[in-house]
Design a protein around this ligand. Structure first.
Ligand code: ZN
Length: 275
């Protein structure tokens, strides 16, 4: 699933193309991506509505409409959100799920090959309760080491699980959790409430470092993730542990270990550098 840097990359690229544009016509090809909205209500809300802002919350793109509604797009592993200048090719049309014709003759297209992503339409009140259930944004100025400490240290669960819990901290998934824990020298299976004060500070620093580094690289592309202009990200070339099980640790040269025991997802770490 695209994490914070990938969705932020998409949002920054489509924002100038989409803001201020009015939807002339909207078409939905598949309904299985819809959450809490019917096809009819979604299309009726989009038609003749105007995009007033494009934002991100956690791993979701938030398209704000003049009516006060928000279209929340959570691109799954195979989803992309692109504004096209030219008529769609046959291939682009094949997996298009939502197509909005805009008043400057461009098209906003949500495309999703396996339809693992979701589209959600919320009114103002629905948005407030939705956003309130998500933890603080790790790249906000207000996200201090103290905020991180408050969010994580009461849990006895593995720190890797805790920092991926969207209710505690927003936007961090498997890739960046692996990377931040390696850079901070923290064992991913360590109980969150057993982290020292220095470890919390280190993790706060490395979470921001790794997310900002990934943003500069337009995200991580293993297979399907594409930016808001259809390009690939390049942070996969900078990963220190994720996807590198069995390879030598960049710090000590010993073999990195991959386990699925923590949260049934791949966790790769260095047993000698992380404790
Ligand atoms: Zn090592």
């Amino acid at each position: 699933v695209p994490e914070l840097p990938e969705v932020e990359t998409i949002v920054r690229q489509i924002r100038p193309r989409l803001t201020g544009r009015t939807v002339r016509a909207a078409a939905l090809k598949k309904t299985d991506v819809l959450r809490a909205v019917s096809r009819q209500r979604l299309l009726r809300t989009l038609r003749r509505n105007r995009f007033t802002a494009v934002e991100r919350r956690a791993k979701h793109a938030v398209l704000v409409l003049a009516s006060g509604h928000r279209l929340i797009v959570q691109p799954g592993m195979t989803g992309s959100l692109i504004v096209h200048d030219q008529a769609l090719t046959e291939a682009q049309r094949t997996y298009a799920v939502l197509i909005c014709d805009l008043d400057d003759n461009t098209q906003l297209v949500y495309r999703d090959v396996r339809r693992l992503g979701t589209l959600l339409l919320l009114d103002q009140r629905g948005w407030v309760s939705y956003s309130d259930r998500i933890g603080p944004e790790p790249l906000d100025q207000s996200f201090t080491p103290e905020v991180l400490r408050e969010r994580i240290t009461r849990s006895r669960q593995a720190i890797k699980k805790v920092i991926m819990d969207q209710g505690r901290v927003a936007g961090i998934g498997n890739i960046y959790a692996n990377e931040a824990l390696f850079l901070a020298g923290i064992d991913p299976s360590k109980a969150a409430n057993r982290l020292s004060g220095d470890q919390v500070k280190a993790l706060h620093r490395t979470v921001q470092e790794v997310l900002e580094g990934a943003l500069r690289a337009s995200g991580t592309t293993f297979r399907d993730y594409r930016t808001g202009t259809g390009e690939r990200g390049s942070f996969q070339f900078e990963l220190k542990v994720y996807g590198r099980g069995g390879e030598p640790c960049v710090r000590c040269g010993r073999r990195l270990v991959t386990t699925h025991a923590i949260d049934s997802r791949a966790t790769t770490f260095c047993p000698s550098c992380q404790s």
